[in-house]
Design a protein around this ligand. Structure first.
Ligand code: UD1
Length: 422
């Protein structure tokens, strides 16, 4: 088990640079499976456990993957395997993103069902329904998905929910489909546009109208391509919140302002202030936030991936805040851990009721998932005394060098890798 120790209460100061986005890198990496005897060169790939898992999965399918700094080169042979490893899919749900490209390219694919996780049941029924509509025969047997189609057919698909993963899987599946695929009610997260850009760079015609409709005209072949991963909006916002919660004065560089608007708007409503430039945001010190009400929503709404971190910030606000989680079923497991630090968070169904307190106190707490871990780190940075966060492995799935970045900002943090279990 990896443990982070934080001596809290230090206002952060300085500049931090945002990593490439985890949630953009993973689908784009999976898209390399569409290539045959070709190369994809990807820049700004973050050094994260989830990215390593995707690299391992691609290697297990036959792709040659080589990293130099933040550049990763994928050499894809003429033939690849079509069965995804159970061990790797269990490790990371986003492994299911190989289903669409494998089916499109190999005419068949076998994927272990990803199963639930600590934030909800997370089915992939929408992915499978879309593939079936495109002519695939899909069967679920003994916990595995077996999909087959000599050539998928382009058609109009309406997603019952704007699922990020289903949009991405279907976009990749559509690349070699006969005719045009029109996907309606798609996710509008910026990561979708990053994937669309990569497919265009491979020679595919992809129209994304920014209004939840994606059109893809199927092709017979694709070619070498290169692309850059967009900045990680969730990581950037986590550092913005670290600045706000410690009354700090920090600048977060490498951002796209439109991607982080929901958080900045809500923080402004709560009394925080910023200077936003085209590539950076400076957080100005604020004494205390006011209460606000939030509902998580698909983009451009308030991201569910920032919900735990925002709740952590609101534990120190004045008044009572309500945060409703509308995307995942059980994303509040971390609330009990915040309460160990003196917070007052009560969960009523899908809403967190947060009564602001004057201060938090360091405690031993456990990260239950990636963003929950980030919320506990934020609480630890603002708390009096020492906080010990166990199960930091979850956090390394999505935050590159978080200890070093926080130290650069003046935080007193240390990591104990492989500590004994409590
Ligand atoms: C992606 C992100 C994740 C983020 C989420 C929502 C990646 C690698 N992960 O996950 O960090 O929290 O978007 O912004 O990009 N659903 C179904 N059936 C399906 C698919 C989804 O019911 O076939 C439900 C899910 O259970 C969930 C909701 O739809 O309640 C949103 O899921 P989805 O947008 O698909 O999230 P992911 O792509 O898994």
């Amino acid at each position: 088990m990896d443990v982070m120790k934080i001596s809290g209460g230090i206002p952060l100061k300085g500049t931090v640079r945002t990593q490439g986005a985890k949630n953009a890198a993973l689908p784009v990496m999976a898209a390399c499976l569409l290539l045959r005897g070709c190369r994809m060169t990807l820049d700004n790939v973050p050094g994260l456990h989830d990215v390593e898992t995707m690299m391992a999965l691609l290697r297990s399918l036959g792709v040659d993957v080589a990293r130099t700094g933040d550049r990763v080169v994928f050499d894809v042979p003429g033939e690849v395997a079509w069965e995804a490893s159970e061990h790797l899919v269990r490790k990371m749900r986003a492994s299911s993103l190989v289903l669409g490209p494998l089916l499109a390219r190999c005419g068949r694919a076998v994927l272990p069902l990803p199963g639930g996780c600590s934030i909800g049941s997370r089915p992939i029924d929408l992915h499978l329904k879309g593939l079936t509509q495109m002519g695939a025969r899909v069967e679920i047997k003994n916990g595995f998905v077996y999909a087959q189609a000599d050539r998928l057919r382009g058609r109009r698909i309406y997603l019952d929910f704007p699922s990020v993963g289903a949009t991405e899987n279907l976009m990749m599946a559509a690349v070699f489909a006969r005719g045009e695929t029109i996907i309606e009610n798609t996710a509008r997260e910026p990561e979708i546009e990053n994937l669309a850009e990569v497919l265009r760079n491979m020679g595919v015609r992809v129209d994304t109208e920014g209004t939840g409709c994606v059109r893809i005209r199927g092709v017979d072949g694709v070619h070498d391509c290169s692309a850059r991963v967009i900045p990680d909006r969730i990581e950037a916002c986590t550092y913005v919140l670290a600045g706000v919660m410690t009354g700090g004065d920090i600048t977060v560089e490498e951002i796209i302002p439109d991607h982080i608007d929901a958080l900045l708007a809500k923080l402004e409503e709560a009394g925080a202030s910023f200077s936003v430039k085209p590539n950076s945001v400076a957080v100005h010190p604020v004494k205390k936030l006011r209460q606000v009400s939030i509902r998580t929503m698909p983009f451009p709404g308030f991201p569910t991936d920032l919900q735990p971190q925002m709740v952590a910030a609101l534990t120190l606000s004045s008044g009572v805040s309500l945060v409703e989680e509308s995307v995942f079923q059980s994303r509040f497991l971390y609330a009990a851990e915040l309460n160990r630090m003196g917070a007052d968070v009560a969960i009523r169904g899908d809403t967190a009721v947060i009564r602001g307190v004057d201060g938090l106190d360091g405690a031993s707490v456990r990260a239950t998932d990636l963003r929950a871990g980030a919320a506990l780190i934020l609480a630890g940075l603002a708390a009096r005394g020492q906080t010990c966060i166990e199960n930091m492995e979850h956090v390394f799935r999505g935050y590159e060098a978080i200890d070093l970045k926080l130290k650069t900002l003046g935080a007193d943090v240390s990591l104990d890798m492989g500590a004994e279990t409590r």
